[in-house]
Design a protein around this ligand. Structure first.
Ligand code: T46
Length: 134
């Protein structure tokens, strides 16, 4: 177990295949207000490179794989998301960047707030100042 370990989601599998259910406040540690997904990424690109001041998010790679670099200003770790039964919680003020997208990657993100550009911290020095670890 590390600081940013993915959550193992319950798979309901039978002879027809598998199903994972994500319920806000149960499987996901907040009520879900927004869902978006990233797919068709250009080969070799990375995305993200920001923290959120208050937004909480939960990432699931429902197809393919990618890795997520997580950094809380004190500790940094790469987390692999390579199966639909793994979810990654991203708390506020965790700098994150997604790398190594497979060509078939579909990354679904659940969030507890609507899109708000003012909630982003996109400058790493500002992030370090805000986390008081500059
Ligand atoms: C995050 C990581 C995991 C919207 O209009 N509505 C939305 O809900 C989102 C998420 C984005 N946008 C617009 C804003 C930009 O013009 O879509 C464009 C691409 O967004 P961005 O460059 O922020 O995408 P990523 O992949 O770098 O980051 C996204 C989320 O924005 C971010 O909150 O944590 O995925």
């Amino acid at each position: 177990m590390t600081r940013f370990s993915p959550t193992l989601l319950k798979e309901i599998a039978d002879e027809r295949g598998s199903l994972v259910a994500l319920e806000g406040g149960r499987d996901v540690p907040f009520e879900i207000k927004r869902v978006y997904y990233v797919y068709g990424t250009t080969p070799g690109v990375s995305r993200g490179f920001h923290a959120h001041k208050t937004l909480r998010q939960f990432l699931v790679c429902v197809n393919g794989s990618c890795s997520v670099e997580m950094d809380d200003g004190e500790y940094r770790e790469q987390v692999a998301l390579d199966r639909p039964s793994n979810g990654l919680y991203i708390a506020p003020m965790v700098w994150h960047a997604m790398h190594g997208f497979s060509s078939d990657c579909v990354l679904v993100v659940l969030a507890d707030g609507h899109y708000d550009e003012t909630d982003y911290v996109r400058d790493y020095d500002e992030f370090r100042t805000l986390t008081n670890r500059s």
